[in-house]
Write a protein that binds this ligand. Structure first.
Ligand code: 1HE
Length: 267
């Protein structure tokens, strides 16, 4: 068995900000190692997302320095045998699941290298904003390893299995523009603006009804994997629960009363 790593809280900062403390900013701060994801940093990410304060309605995940993340800490790889490698990967699954299936939507602000395990981490977020300096790669093939942080499940959902296969076989690197076209990021912004845009989006997400956000994060991806008739039933159950929340009823009343700011506006 692997000895569980102690969380390296000095490599991660968690700041609760925004009106009513509704936004958590979770920042990788291992700048000198390009935010390479050590066991301790993965444990710190897991703890941060499993213990968000109840006031938080949305989170922004970002990296300090020139890069979002250089992926797995390769200096730790050389010490692992097969059994330890298995448990290591399972540890990543728990940490990244705390992001994808946690209590609130997560917006990732990407820049520079989004590479290997860094891309696996970004893929666990719900919305990705990339600035023009962003590049995406999966160099595992050339390092003699495999993805281990849920990337083989999440990345094909973003860009298709055939493109992921090509990236891993050939070492292909996608730039920010191609990455947005393919589906790595939903937003592409000028260099240096990913964090500000991610904060705007998180603040907007935080104004939604919490139960609807929860349904979007937890039911929508599962419905996509269900046979159609199961999906319709899950959708109907989720719709019934979401619309019966007192908060939802008030929102509809506000619109019908013509309250300021409730109309859908052209972008
Ligand atoms: C690292 C790592 C790392 C940097 N593990 N130490 N990931 C990779 O194969 C990517 C490897 N990294 C790079 O290709 C480059 O570092 C970058 C393109 C990301 C950035 O380049 P640059 O010029 O800004 O930085 P640098 O000079 O290469 O690195 C600065 C320091 O960070 C240096 O250490 P120093 O002590 O010599 O200063 C690097 O060794 C260190 N560093 N990246 C450890 N990844 C769940 S399985 C997931 C499997 C994977 O993620 S495989 C992909 C691993």
């Amino acid at each position: 068995m692997n000895t569980p790593a102690s969380p390296r809280s000095e490599d991660l900062s968690v700041e609760i900000t925004g009106a009513d403390h509704q936004i958590a900013v979770v920042r990788l701060t291992r700048v000198t190692k390009r935010n390479a994801l050590s066991d301790g940093l993965i444990a710190a990410l897991r703890d941060a997302f499993q213990n968000l304060p109840a006031s938080v309605r949305a989170a922004v995940l970002c990296g300090a320095g020139e890069h979002f993340s250089a992926g797995l800490d390769l200096s730790e790889l050389k010490e692992r045998d097969a059994g330890q490698g298995l448990h290591h990967s399972r540890g990543w699954h728990v940490a990244l699941d705390a992001i994808e299936h946690g209590p609130v939507p997560v917006v990732a602000a990407l820049h520079g290298a989004v590479v290997g395990g860094g891309l696996e981490l970004a893929a666990a977020a719900h919305v990705r904003v990339a600035d023009a300096s962003t590049f995406y790669a999966l160099p595992e093939g050339s390092r003699g390893i495999f993805v281990g942080g849920g990337g083989s499940v999440r990345i094909p959902k973003l860009i298709g299995a055939h493109r992921m296969l090509d990236m891993m076989l050939t070492g292909r690197v996608y730039d920010a523009e191609a990455g947005e076209r393919l589906g790595f990021a939903q937003y592409l912004v000028p260099q240096g603006q990913a964090f500000a845009r991610a904060m705007e989006l998180a603040e907007r997400i935080a104004t939604n009804a919490p139960l609807t956000n929860y349904a979007l994060m937890h039911a929508l991806p599962r419905i996509a994997e269900q046979p159609a008739d199961h999906g319709y039933l899950t959708e109907a159950l989720m719709a019934a629960i979401a619309q019966s929340a007192p908060d939802a009823k008030q929102r509809v009343r506000d619109f019908l009363a013509g309250k300021e700011g409730t109309k859908v506006k052209k972008a």
